[in-house]
Design a protein around this ligand. Structure first.
Ligand code: SF4
Length: 423
């Protein structure tokens, strides 16, 4: 099954749910089984600071919400919670915070350094940062940064996130990729007023960003927020379609399975919601490492209920999936391919060539438990690159002989690295 165009996506969104489950959803699950060995990745999650300077219209932690008890865990407390997660077996940790100007970036770097030394896979969602800060996080040992674009319509984004703009958000996403951090991104599904056409555009943008993780959940209203007055919650059936579409378009990305069910009051650990998402091709569940009293106040959405490892393990059993704790269990080789060009027109052709070469390699790479991570950037001509395009594979400049196709050279080098690393 091929999903490539906006019309392909709209067709799935319009499909009767039973037909979707028999066809698209079944295909997405099959893809996950063969591309990722049907793994379910358990992640420890810690919302360590719920103070935020912003006023996003959909978020329960917005600065203006007086009904939230605010807290800020210090680095020792964060590292202590990570140690507890490590003792339970977790090797992947997801640290989240509001945009708190007083936390101190040096303290965040100290947390990342400490967790890196413990060999965690570190994923962060701390809001929009300065360009240099992503580089510093990468140098300190962070692996992944999550910054959702939320919605691809500039005007809607600018209305719902008044302290920033869509263009600033996309620039920030570009900086994350340039820093070498893996990118987690995606959109809010089925928020009040969203059309199928807009959702299809969001799905296409998620595909085009070169993400490693799609943290996708349906819109869940938060009490006391302006958007909650406009409608909601988002339809879980529609969200399942988005999960399957993303899995079919991007076989190897991580996709959040932490979904509500029909009754959103059961939160993000609703067993039926989680199982449906896993059967639609999602592959990641979280255990909240916060004590209940604090967790209640990490209230980006209402009913943000998650559960512990036992729940994740039960979900893996019920879905017949293999529970894993570490990215490195699933990725024995991560090959990074970077395309740098001084000419965006030429770069865009080369980009298509490289992406299609990487797609063609995926079945062979999956057998070797290998993934590729592709990034690209355009730069001004400089001493580093006078003009044209260079392709780096794991940081090494690829030599492209005259009359050779870039795609063939990229494929050959990756296969050498994976199957014949002595070369
Ligand atoms: S969505 Fe993030 S940036 Fe916006 S108010 Fe909530 S915590 Fe702050």
């Amino acid at each position: 099954m091929s999903i490539k165009t906006k019309q392909d996506i709209l067709d799935v969104l319009a499909m009767p749910q039973d037909e979707f489950e028999r066809t698209v959803m079944a295909e997405a699950k099959k893809i996950h089984q063969s591309a990722n060995r049907d793994e379910l990745v358990a992640t420890a999650m810690l919302g360590f600071d719920n103070i935020c300077k912003n006023q996003c219209l959909y978020c329960g932690m917005r600065a203006g919400n007086k009904n939230v008890d605010r807290y800020r865990l210090d680095p020792d407390q964060v590292i202590g919670a990570a140690d507890a997660a490590f003792a339970l077996g977790f090797r992947r940790i997801f640290l989240i915070a509001g945009e708190d100007p007083r936390y101190g970036f040096d303290r965040i770097l100290s947390i990342v350094e400490a967790l890196h030394a413990k060999r965690f896979f570190i994923s962060l969602a701390l809001g929009a940062l300065a360009k240099s800060q992503y580089d510093e996080l990468k140098s300190a040992g962070a692996d992944e940064y999550v910054l959702k674009f939320e919605m691809s319509q500039r005007d809607v984004f600018n209305r719902l996130k008044p302290q920033t703009s869509f263009d600033e958000r996309m620039a920030s996403i570009g900086w994350i990729k340039e820093s070498g951090l893996l990118l987690g991104s995606g959109s809010i599904v089925d928020y009040p007023g969203q059309t199928a056409d807009e959702l299809a555009e969001d799905v296409l943008l998620t595909r085009d960003l070169g993400i490693h993780w799609a943290p996708v959940i349906p819109y869940m209203p938060a009490k006391g927020t302006p958007l909650a007055l406009e409608g909601g919650p988002g339809k879980t059936d529609r969200n399942l379609k988005v999960i399957s579409l993303l899995r079919i378009m991007m076989p190897h990305v991580r996709i959040t399975a932490q979904q509500p069910g029909k009754d959103v009051s059961k939160g993000l650990a609703d067993p039926k919601g989680n199982l449906d998402a896993l059967n639609a091709g999602a592959d990641m569940l979280f255990a909240d490492m916060l004590p209940d009293a604090l967790s209640r106040n990490f209230s980006v959405v209402d009913n943000r209920i998650t559960r512990g490892l036992e729940h994740i393990s039960n979900m893996a059993d019920q879905a017949g999936m293999r529970l894993v704790f570490n990215e490195s269990e699933t990725i024995e080789h991560l090959v990074k391919v970077e395309c740098i060009t001084t000419d965006s027109d030429v770069g865009s052709d080369i980009r298509k060539e490289i992406i299609s070469a990487l797609d063609a390699l995926q079945p062979a790479l999956a057998m070797a438990h290998c993934k590729t991570h592709y990034t690209e950037r355009t730069c001004m001509p400089s001493d580093e690159l006078q003009s044209g395009t260079v392709v780096l594979v794991n940081g090494e400049k690829l030599i492209i002989p005259a009359y050779s196709a870039v795609s063939d050279c990229v494929a050959k080098r990756i296969l050498e690295l994976v199957f014949d690393p002595q070369q």
